[in-house]
Every structure is written in structure tokens, then in C-alpha cells.
Design a protein around this ligand. Structure first.
Ligand SMILES: NC(=O)C1=CN([C@@H]2O[C@H](COP(=O)(O)OP(=O)(O)OC[C@H]3O[C@@H](n4cnc5c(N)ncnc54)[C@H](OP(=O)(O)O)[C@@H]3O)[C@@H](O)[C@H]2O)C=CC1
Ligand SMILES: O=C(O)C1=N[C@H](C(=O)O)C[C@H](O)C1
Length: 247
């Protein structure tokens, strides 16, 4: 498969270019970064792209790829319901084209989200702490937002009661942000890469599920898997789980 990388000179894009270049069954044909023309993708015959760019530009990149029937494996964050709807609309006009958007391509992080959702109905309390490098543009992280959504869905399905919290007075931000009723706290610290803890609590006990990406190579096995299986998944897929046969 001929592969183009968007955001090729970025932190993750650099690691992805190296990983793709090492595979016998994948050929890196285009390395596109800010200011480069997307037409390179067509001229180089790219059959799939990997996008690790910026929330402000990812939709324009995807519109171009879908219009040209190029599959996309997307790590860039910043998606919401309006963006999902827009992508589904574009893909409806491009049958056979697949777009995978995963908030985290690290296998450990996918499992951390899965374990957190499985544990959630068994505990009264749950909060999420995400910790990242200070050059990250968005907060909370896409991973934390998705974890919160999965945990909230699992609690709803189990008929869990409200999460206990007696706070009546707080400095703004002191209790973090709320995503689907789940508190999410974001830390930005030089030296970190990408880390998350989901802390669950019940009477007399806590369970902490923690994942650490210590290096950006942690994202490349999931990206390679996405590329190798994208043809099997036309349309929009959110999350790596189906590609890992987890669903
Ligand atoms: N899903 C996952 O597993 C992961 C997702 N991410 C997400 O991926 C995104 C990128 O992260 P990261 O690599 O750390 O960020 P970087 O800023 O290091 O890399 C982004 C790169 O994209 C470039 N770029 C900007 N606009 C365009 C464009 N229109 N076309 C092509 N390239 C462009 C940037 O150039 P310039 O700097 O000149 O603007 C930069 O080189 C973020 O949204 C992040 O949250 C990160 C890690 C893992
Ligand atoms: O910006 C990052 O670095 C990361 N972004 C993704 C996110 O927002 O969840 C994935 C990972 O946390 C690294």
C-alpha cells in the first residue's frame, strides 16, 4: 500500500514516517507538512494517508482525501458531533473509502479505556487525570474525552447512581472539567509525553488504571494496524477497537 503522511515533520508524524518506511508491505510515497500542497498525495499515488496535524486543519485534509478516494487513518484530535456528521456526509459520496479516527493509537491506551469502562459500574466514584507535554494544543485530551464517554455510557447502561461530590464552593477549575458528567483534570508538564489515570473508588478501596506513553513509538503499531486493515472498514470508524477485534 502506498502511504502519505500529513504532519510528517511533527512529533508523531516523524515517528510514523520512520515506522512506515521500515515495513515491507507499505511504501511511504508522500511526506506532507504545513505549507505543502495536498496534490502531492494524488501525484504520488497515495492509497491511504495518516494524519497527525492539528484540529484546525484536519477537516480540510480529510475532505481532500475523501474526494480523491484516499483512505485515512487519523490521530489528530478535536472531533465533535458536528465533525462526525460532516465526515459521514462526505463518505456517503465516496463508497469504499475508509476513515479511521482514533483518539489514541497506543494499544495500551485502548485497553486502559476498555478496562476503565468495564470497572466503572462497580464503583461509586470515578475521575480522570490526563497528563501531557506542555506543547499540546487541546484540553482535555481526546483520550480523556473518549474515556469519559465510555465510562459514562457504561454507568448509564448499569443504572449507576450519581457520583458523590459534596462540593458547594470551589475556585473555578478546581474540580476540573466535566465530560458527560465525569470530572477530567488536565496537567501539562515538560518532560511528559502522554499519560492518563482513571481513579475509581468505593467504600474502603480505590482502583487506579494508569497508562503511560513514554515514547511516541507507542502510537505506531496501532497506526500500522489501521493502515493494513482500513480497506476492510469503509465509511467512518471511531476508535481502534474494531481493528483490534475488541468489539
Ligand atoms: N491519536 C493518537 O494516538 C495521538 C494523537 N495525537 C494528536 O495528533 C495531533 C498532532 O500531534 P503532534 O504530532 O504532537 O503535533 P505537532 O505539532 O508536533 O505536529 C503537527 C504537524 O502538523 C503540521 N501541520 C500543520 N498544518 C498542517 C497541514 N495543513 N498539513 C500538513 N501538516 C500540517 C505542523 O506544522 P507546524 O508546526 O509548522 O504548524 C506539525 O509539523 C494532535 O491533535 C495530537 O493531540 C498525538 C499523539 C497521539
Ligand atoms: O497531543 C498528544 O500528545 C496526544 N494526543 C492524543 C489525545 O489528545 O488524547 C493522544 C495522546 O494522549 C497524545
Amino acid at each position: 500500500m502506498k502511504v502519505g503522511v500529513l504532519g510528517a515533520r511533527g512529533r508523531v508524524g516523524t515517528a510514523v514516517c520512520l515506522a512506515v518506511g521500515e515495513q515491507d508491505d507499505l511504501e511511504l510515497v508522500a511526506e506532507v507538512d504545513a505549507g505543502d500542497a495536498l496534490e502531492q498525495l494524488v501525484e504520488s499515488g497515495a492509497e491511504a494517508v495518516v494524519d497527525f496535524t492539528h484540529p484546525d486543519v484536519v477537516m480540510e485534509n480529510l475532505r481532500f482525501c475523501i474526494e480523491h478516494g484516499i483512505h485515512a487513518v487519523v490521530g489528530t484530535t478535536g472531533f465533535d458531533d458536528a465533525r462526525w456528521d460532516q465526515l459521514r456526509g462526505w463518505l456517503a459520496e465516496a463508497p469504499g473509502t475508509g476513515v479511521l479516527v482514533a483518539p489514541n493509537f497506543s494499544i495500551g491506551a485502548v485497553l486502559m479505556m476498555r478496562f476503565a469502562a468495564e470497572a466503572a459500574p462497580y464503583f461509586e466514584s470515578v475521575e480522570i487525570v490526563e497528563l501531557h507535554h506542555p506543547d499540546k494544543a487541546d484540553a482535555p485530551s481526546g483520550t480523556a474525552a473518549r474515556t469519559a464517554a465510555l465510562v459514562a455510557a457504561a454507568r448509564r447502561a448499569a443504572g449507576s447512581g450519581p457520583i458523590p461530590d459534596a462540593t458547594t464552593s470551589a475556585l473555578e477549575g478546581a474540580r476540573g472539567a466535566e465530560v458527560e458528567g465525569i470530572r477530567v483534570h488536565g496537567l501539562r508538564i515538560r518532560g511528559l509525553v502522554a499519560h492518563q489515570e482513571v481513579i475509581l473508588g468505593g467504600p474502603g478501596e480505590t482502583l487506579t488504571i494508569r497508562h503511560d506513553s513514554l515514547d511516541r513509538v507507542s502510537f505506531t503499531p496501532g497506526v500500522l494496524l489501521g493502515l493494513r486493515r482500513i480497506r476492510e472498514f469503509p465509511g467512518l470508524t471511531v476508535g481502534l477497537e474494531p481493528f483490534l477485534d475488541l468489539d
